[in-house]
Design a protein around this ligand. Sequence first.
Ligand code: G3D
Ligand code: MG
Length: 157
Amino acid sequence: MDKKKICMVGDFSVGKTSLTQKFVNNVFSEKYLTTIGVKIDTVEVESTKLIIWDVAGRDSLSPINASYLVGAAGVILVADGTRESTVSGLLDIWAVVEKRIGSVPCVVALNKCDLPDWHVSESNLDEFASRDWSVFQTSAKKGHDVETLFHTLVAKI
Ligand code: G3D
Ligand code: MG
């Protein structure tokens, strides 16, 4: 079976772990917790063995942690739609990703869409669209668009 590593990236507390858990709890998953603070879930999606890397800690892409990206076939960029800085911050995070592993397929989760206090500007959405990223408004809490998010990335890689 084809094996593909993907990485969850995004600011602290945007919902990387919650989205991963919501997704893998609906499918059979083997988990590993590595000593370097990365949680790895392995799931089968459409005859691909998907290996999901979810980093712990505040700054998922500090220069030290950027090596976490090596070998990834794609990334899920996660922002908290109620915190504008985490949305615009995706552009900086993408720059780190691109420098480290090149222009891999990517999907964007604007997470916490169940909350009323939504702050996603049109200019950020335009910027994402111009990069050909697939953008989803997700809720790890309600399960909204979580399956679609992961399946879209798998289709791209
Ligand atoms: P991280 O892995 O990116 O750091 P987490 O983020 O998955 O740990 O989530 C951080 C906090 O946001 C958690 O709250 C979690 O329950 C909450 N959260 C994640 N996704 C959603 C969502 O879709 N909707 C809402 N309303 N909350 C969400 P706590 O309070 O446990 O820190
Ligand atoms: Mg986490």
